[in-house]
Design a protein around this ligand. Structure first.
Ligand SMILES: Nc1ncnc2c1ncn2[C@@H]1O[C@H](COP(=O)(O)OP(=O)(O)OP(=O)(O)O)[C@@H](O)[C@H]1O
Length: 250
């Protein structure tokens, strides 16, 4: 079964149609990249997957998004957002909260544990999964704002993982990181996709080719091409894809 499926998905902001009938299938346990030039609708598409888009009052969605075969619109929105975690372009931990609380908060809110001991275990587990534990284990009470940008982004990944999601959405997760921190996040993606499905938005073809198994090329709200990353990069079927991959598109 596919992790995510969209069926004739359309999105408008007011009268402006920005996603124009997208059908795509995202298999389980892969890293799936959505690439395309600025403004083509990548972030908008991603935000339909966990129903985050409906928090925007002027956004209107038509069509369907299925999570493991079930329409997300027939599920509880809070449950959808627990199962489909998200990491953003600018690391957004709660800066005044401790490192520990940043990870623990959602776990408590979703009542996923019964005791403090269990909570400690989940926090440790998530920080280990996000490859941050060794750097923070002796300073869990420090404020998140005291971390570096790269550490903050891994903290946000830990915060999402602590809810044990099936899918992790990453919207340009390395765009604001230095190269070393960015490659740490890319290594993490490689490890994490063994256990969950990752959908990453990137405007960098190089990053898509490094991290993803499948790739979709979006252009002006339309899905131009989709396939195994190797095949799309080696032999793009659409001229627009080729122009994008060879840097001949703005
Ligand atoms: N909150 C909003 N209100 C109105 N229009 C919006 C809103 N967010 C995005 N748009 C418009 O929708 C279109 C798609 O934007 P979106 O952010 O999804 O593209 P993107 O491919 O992720 O771009 P980028 O790579 O620059 O982040 C753009 O024309 C943008 O101006």
């Amino acid at each position: 079964m596919n992790a995510i499926e969209t069926v004739n998905l359309r999105v408008w902001y007011g009268n402006n149609e920005v996603i124009k009938g997208v059908d795509l299938l995202i298999p389980q346990n892969v890293c799936f990249a959505i690439m395309g030039p600025s403004g083509c609708g990548k972030s908008t598409l991603l935000r339909t997957f966990n129903r985050l888009l409906e928090l925007n009052e002027i956004a209107r969605v038509e069509g369907d998004v299925k999570l493991f075969g079930r329409s997300v619109y027939k599920m509880n929105a809070v449950e959808v957002r627990r199962r489909v975690g998200m990491v953003f372009q600018i690391p957004n931990p709660f800066p005044h909260m401790s490192i520990y609380d940043n990870v623990a908060l959602g776990v408590k809110y979703n009542k996923l544990v019964k005791s403090k001991k269990e909570l400690d275990e989940v926090v440790e587990w998530a920080l280990k999964k996000a490859a941050l534990w060794d750097e923070v284990k002796d300073r869990l009470k420090d404020k998140a704002s005291q971390l570096s940008g790269g550490q903050m982004q891994r903290l946000c990944i830990a915060r999402a993982l602590a809810l044990k999601p099936d899918v992790l959405l990453m919207d340009e997760p390395t765009a604001n990181l230095d190269p070393v921190s960015a490659s740490k996040v890319e290594e993490l993606i490689y490890e994490l996709k063994k256990e969950l499905t990752i959908v990453i938005v990137t405007h960098s073809p190089a990053q898509a080719s490094r991290v993803s198994d499948y790739v979709a090329f979006l252009y002006m709200g339309k899905l131009i091409e989709i396939g195994k990353t190797e095949e799309v990069f080696e032999n793009p079927k659409n001229e627009l894809t080729e122009r994008y991959l060879t840097g001949r598109m703005g």
